[in-house]
Design a protein around this ligand. Sequence first.
Ligand code: ADP
Ligand code: ZN
Length: 287
Amino acid sequence: MHLGAIEAGGTKMVLAVADENMHILHRRTLPTRTPEETVPEMIAFFQAHPVQALGIGSFGPVDLNPSSPTFGYITKTPKLHWRDFPLVPSFERALGIPCVLDTDVNAAALCEAEMGAGKSLKNCVYVTVGTGIGGGVYCEGALVHGLMHPEVGHMLLRAHPDDPAPEGFCPYHKGCLEGVASGPAMEKRWGVSAKELPADHPAWALEAHYLSQMCMNLIMTVSPEKIILGGGVMSQRHLFPMIRQETLRLLNGYVACIEQADDLIVPPACFPDSGLIGAVLLAKNAR
Ligand code: ADP
Ligand code: ZN
């Protein structure tokens, strides 16, 4: 059985065909242009390499409500060419196979939960800290969707007294996680790209503090056995010990079973392919 996967991003589309053991047999990357240009190229790839089901992890927002008339569509994205685009119907119609859509971060969370850093656990959270901050919650062996899907990046945080930009930069909320701790938020606050900030810059302690507030809130709300932190900003590996220590400080001994956080707050195991492999897993679940 061959399974198709699309990791649909704002700048590139990564396509793959895998066997049921998750071995990738074919892979192709295309630039994301308009749907009129890019979708036929993607369809041609899967016509050349036929698959029995297709999984898509996409930039959002996407409509994941099966009873909605726009189920499987990209909805109010700022990427205007893709606004209200019927992603799932386009592939199902052209390829005649079932297609399963989820958000890009949920696809990555599924991969990390089932095959990566959270393997064999029933409860974990995957968070990407990059251009935005997004999180997928894997609870009792399945991704949480609920009302739509969790928006971990927009949880409200308590401002740090030393933060020179405590309201952050989210256009919707003052003081939300993404607004204070995404890569672009760091760049706006300090006037230099997060990549260029030296390891001893106060930016990192502040970043670790905000991500630790997030970890504390996740621990208190969804009780994850692991919090997996990925994305461009987390490639600064010195953040991990800082976040573990600060999370323990914030918890203040309240959760008795957490004595140390080395195994609790960890990097992803399948980087950079978590999203793509997660899309294969979505295809595997298609019926
Ligand atoms: P995206 O979120 O767009 O999929 P990334 O996860 O690479 O992509 O996130 C991009 C953001 O992460 C940018 O704001 C960039 O400044 C930041 N970033 C990327 N690499 C690093 C790095 N090595 N150190 C610190 N920040 C980084
Ligand atoms: Zn926000």
